[in-house]
Design a protein around this ligand. Structure first.
Ligand SMILES: *Cc1c(COP(=O)(O)O)cnc(C)c1O
Length: 360
């Protein structure tokens, strides 16, 4: 520990003081940005959401504590997903669920395993637990080798939880459910399949939860339901697993407004299907256009496209776009390489983006 740190942070756990901390993507407040950097949905949520919010805000509901289990949501989601309500755990965004999961399964000195490059937050969650974070590199074609399921790290720490974002960010690639099943069967611990982008992909791992108690799926309302500003997500796990997770969550981790809004949102599956179709169509257009500009654009199963250029440096492209009021994500993964992750916006937003790209 450096002398500066020990004098300025005397009351903080040394490992927390040393932790880099997760840095979310840029969220400029105000100004006229075209935001293609943090995978938000470019469309307004289902109109049923505003009605549910207004109804909840009007009465005395907000004067009382919310339902700790978000029962109305669980009942409706259970019907949509084809599981019983006690298979569902609600959270304040799926980040909250990931926190609950890591706290439940991984103790100090134990190991959380994740692929690399992937969602950087996992690393921070391991750090908060004083756990070992084992980042297992994807192959160059974004497949995941069997070594991912090894029971211990090279240094001898026991793997207590594995998390795979599927579809992955930043690549937008998907491991097939049979492949996820193989990895789950080999791993010595629970496997969280983070399906924050699952509504945009061709398949998902919900059925694996039913056949294997060690598979847990998490979903987010931030992307496919256009509710990033609301904070709601849920996990699907077998009931005896949910029972343990409930002990770790905050008593009132979801507020009355978000429970009402998320219930209205999941109730409107027609909105979801329509939105998904629009995103998928624009995604293809964006992918083709980037290839036309000489980029390697990966086929995406999510609402963003990962692009690398064989010769041209990536960072100046991000910077030039920013000067024109367009935010995309420049990602630099140590030991892997860098690239540009572009969120699928509206057709107009993607047209504006592409017209600037053509001048760079
Ligand atoms: C966006 C994202 C999340 C977080 O979702 P919230 O519900 O907004 O907390 C989780 N995992 C991945 C891979 C994401 O991209």
């Amino acid at each position: 520990m450096s002398p500066t740190r020990s004098t300025t942070q005397p009351f903080v756990r040394p490992d927390i003081a040393a932790l880099a901390g997760y840095v979310p993507g840029e969220q400029p407040q105000g100004g006229k940005w075209i935001k293609l950097n943090t995978n938000e949905n470019p469309y307004a949520p289902s109109p049923a959401v505003a009605r549910a919010l207004a109804a909840t805000a009007a009465g005395r509901t907000l004067a009382k504590y919310p339902d700790p289990l978000a029962t109305v949501f669980r009942l409706r989601a259970a019907e949509v997903l084809g599981v019983d309500p006690d298979w569902i755990l609600c959270g304040n965004g799926s980040d909250d669920l990931l926190t609950i999961l890591v706290r439940t399964f991984v103790g100090a000195g134990e190991c959380l395993r994740m692929p690399y490059p992937s969602y950087i937050l996992y690393r921070t969650l391991a750090g908060i637990q004083a756990a070992v974070c084992d980042e297992f590199h994807y192959e160059r074609d974004w497949s995941l080798a069997d070594g991912f399921a090894a029971p211990r790290t090279a240094s001898g720490a026991d793997v207590k939880l594995a998390i795979i974002a599927n579809p992955n960010s930043p690549s937008g690639t998907l491991l097939s459910p049979p492949r996820i099943r193989e990895l789950a069967d080999r791993l010595p611990c629970a496997l969280v399949v983070d399906e924050a982008y699952g509504d945009f992909s061709d398949t998902n791992c919900l059925d694996l939860v039913k056949e294997n108690e060690r598979v847990i799926v998490t979903r987010s309302f931030s992307k496919s339901y256009a509710l990033a500003g609301l904070r709601f997500g849920f996990a699907v796990a077998q009931p005896h697993v949910v029972e343990q997770l409930l002990k770790v969550k905050d008593s009132y981790n979801c507020d009355a407004l978000s429970i009402a809004a998320a219930t209205a949102a999941i109730d409107d599956q027609a909105w979801l299907a329509d939105n998904r179709a629009k995103i998928v169509a624009t995604r293809q257009r964006l992918t083709d256009a980037m290839r036309g500009l000489g980029y390697d654009a990966l086929d995406s199963q999510a609402n963003f496209v990962w692009c690398t250029h064989p010769e041209r440096p990536h960072k100046p492209v991000y910077e030039a776009l920013k000067k024109q009021g367009i935010l995309i994500r420049f990602m630099n993964y140590l030991g892997w390489g860098d690239g540009l992750r572009i969120t699928v916006g509206t057709d107009d937003e993607i047209d504006a983006f592409l017209s600037v790209m053509k001048t760079i």
